[in-house]
Each structure stands twice: as C-alpha cells, then as structure tokens.
Design a protein around this ligand. Sequence first.
Ligand code: A3P
Length: 295
Amino acid sequence: MEKIQEDNRPPLEYVKGIPIIKYFAEALGPLQSFQARPDDLLISTYPKSGTTWVSEIVDMIYQKGDVEKCRRAPIFIRVPFLEFKGPGIPSGMEVLQVTPVPRIIKTHLPLALLPQTLLDQKVKTIYVARNAKDVAVSYYHFYRMAKVHPDPGTWDSFLEKFMAGEVSYGSWYHHVQEWEKLSHTHPILYLFYEDMKENPKREIQKILEFLGRSLPEETVDHIVHQTSFKEMKKNSMSNYITVPTDLMDQSISAFMRKGIAGDWKNTFTVAQNERFDADYAVQMAGCSLQFRMEL
Ligand code: A3P
C-alpha cells in the first residue's frame, strides 16, 4: 500500500487553473462518468466550513434521528466525498457505487471542476459558508495534520497563500461568491456556519423545509444535541479517528479542533488582520454576502 511519508507530501496540481490535492486531481478524470440522480443531495462547501457538521445533521435527518443507524459507518462512507482519492482508501466514486439511494454526497469542488450532471439533474444542494478568517486558521491546522496536502509552512506564509487562492480548491473568495450566484438559479440552500453556531435548531429547521421533510420537535432537539461539537468530537463515526494516521495525524491537530466562531483572533496578528481586511475589501468588492467574523 502506498504511504505518504512526512517528507513526501505531494505538491498541489493545477486543473483548469485551480490548485488541488494531487490525488483528487487524479480522480477528476474518472469523475466524468459519474451520473447524478435527481434524488441525490449534494453538500457543497469550501474546506473547513462545517461540511462534516452539516453532513451529520443531514444523515440524522434521513435516519429520523436514529443514533444507532447513524453509527453504521464513518461519515465519509455515509456521505461519500465525490472527488476523494487517496492511497489505500476507496475513492469517492467507489464508495458511491455501493451507497444506497437516496444518496448524500459531499464536494468541495468549485464550479469549474464540478461534474455537469449535478447541475443537469437539478440536484438539491446545501452550501455552507464560513467566515474567511476562521476558515484560514482551520485550514492551516488541517494542512498540518492531513498529509495529502503540501507542508503549510509558517502560519504567515500559509495566510498569504490563502489570500492568493494558492491552497487546495483555490480561492475561498471565488468559491463563496460563485455558489451564492448559482443559488439564484438552482435549488441551493445557502447556509452560514456562524448561523448554525448561533441557533442550530433554526438552521436544522431550514434544512428540513428545504428537503420537504418534517420531524417531531423532540427529534429535532435530539439532532441538535447529537450533532453538537462536543458529541461529534467523541463520536468515532464522525471525528475521522478511523482514518489511518499516515493520512490524518490527529496527534498534530484534532479534526474536531475547536468548533467555534472567532477563533482567528487567537492566531492573527494585528498586522496580519489589517492586511487581510484590506485585501478582503478588494476581493469581495460588489459582493452582497455578509460574513460574521465572530458571534
Ligand atoms: P475548527 O478547525 O475551527 O475547529 P469541515 O468539516 O468542513 O472540514 O470543517 C471542519 C471545521 O468544522 C473544524 O473547525 C471543526 O472543528 C468544525 N466542526 C465540526 N463539527 C462541528 C460541530 N458539530 N459544531 C461546530 N463546529 C464543528
């Protein structure tokens, strides 16, 4: 089995101008044969925006709040990761072939790389966006522990790469904006991580309405509890602990790291924050999206 050595983290590859993890770039060719179904549900996010959280919520909704059913497999099997490919682990395409319908599918792909079949089939999509500063910090720690990424270098140099869109999946600024634009013409529920932190029950109710489903209020309360950061952190079926350490080394940084809004304040220097804000104003000019940097 191919292993990733600490000193052999593969560099990102550019596909249609977008940098992406080498293994995932290799998966994009075979993805051309992927066939979406109208009853699929897509969960789309820029990395580190609450993908795992909303995936667990949706699986719990599909399983009507049955915790045991949600413990049937790790989250990346219950919610296959479309473009995933990695040494010694089944690819997203392989997992999807044995996933019962209706399927919940995760992707981080920007629209330039998204299989057209998902748009043609008008697949319902839940998009979760998180403020850029918390994403940058979370992504930095994720790069450190998930060795399919290149070495992140120092925090300062990583932040520069993040602003320049030279991290896996490219520009956060572009991703959140293009998916928001798409939400005007396609069945997309656009959610914010900070809103989920503020009032998870309200956001779960939005998801239920979007899916055309209803659940008793006590089941919704149960889902709120089971999908809290504290519960998911100790749940081996949602905290990625089953992934081999040569792929994700949680002794470097836990996958369920902090799970809060505004953690960036513990990492950004005053100078970094000023530089980031000035660049943000340019990159988000003319965009109506309003992100809360803290609660
Ligand atoms: P931090 O690194 O800031 O802690 P993704 O699933 O898109 O990779 O996002 C991971 C981020 O979401 C991590 O952020 C993780 O801790 C956070 N997260 C995961 N589950 C969560 C939950 N139930 N509540 C709040 N945050 C959660």
